[in-house]
Design a protein. Sequence first.
Length: 209
Amino acid sequence: MRKTHQTKPLSKAQSANAQNGKHKVAKVSQEKILQNLREILAYIGDDPNREGLQETPMRILRSWEKIYGGYKQKPQDVLKTFTEGSCEEMVVLKDIEFYSTCEHHLQPFFGTISIGYLPKDRVLGISKLARLVEVYARRLQIQEKLVAEIADSLMQTLQPHGVMVVCKAKHMCISSRGIEKHNAVMVTSAIRGAFKKLEVRSEFLEMIK
Ligand SMILES: [Zn+2]
């Protein structure tokens, strides 16, 4: 099964949030989090004190540094633009692998993201697009917001003629709970500026096929 969603541009507030990476964060001590995780283990019916689970809260905590590392990064740190070597041809980076976490179930969703933009005066190093994906994927996300945040931060930083982002992903919250087929792929896209024109969009879709 395939679901296709297109995202609207973010509101001003959402988009400012996307740019600054600012979130209301309450500081919680590590000891309290470890205790909470032990309680979760007990709640699901296991014994947090048995040998195999003793170090589990700490392992989970360490894994969060990578999984949620995007909160510590700002898109503007990644998106250094330059005018030299800029062109008017479409720039495409296809099938960037990503791993993210669904904000509704705290379960992984993962797949690929393809990004295209039509430069005006400025371009980016191509590896920067992959780093931008990391900034937004390594947070709690929904797939619709992920593509929108990537597209909007490129529009604001690069000010190109247009941007398009396509994401294809599998959601563990769907397959692990047995709601739908294991191979269901969700497809979302964000279309900005010149990519609203059919011929531009077609060129991009042909390139990422
Ligand atoms: Zn979910």
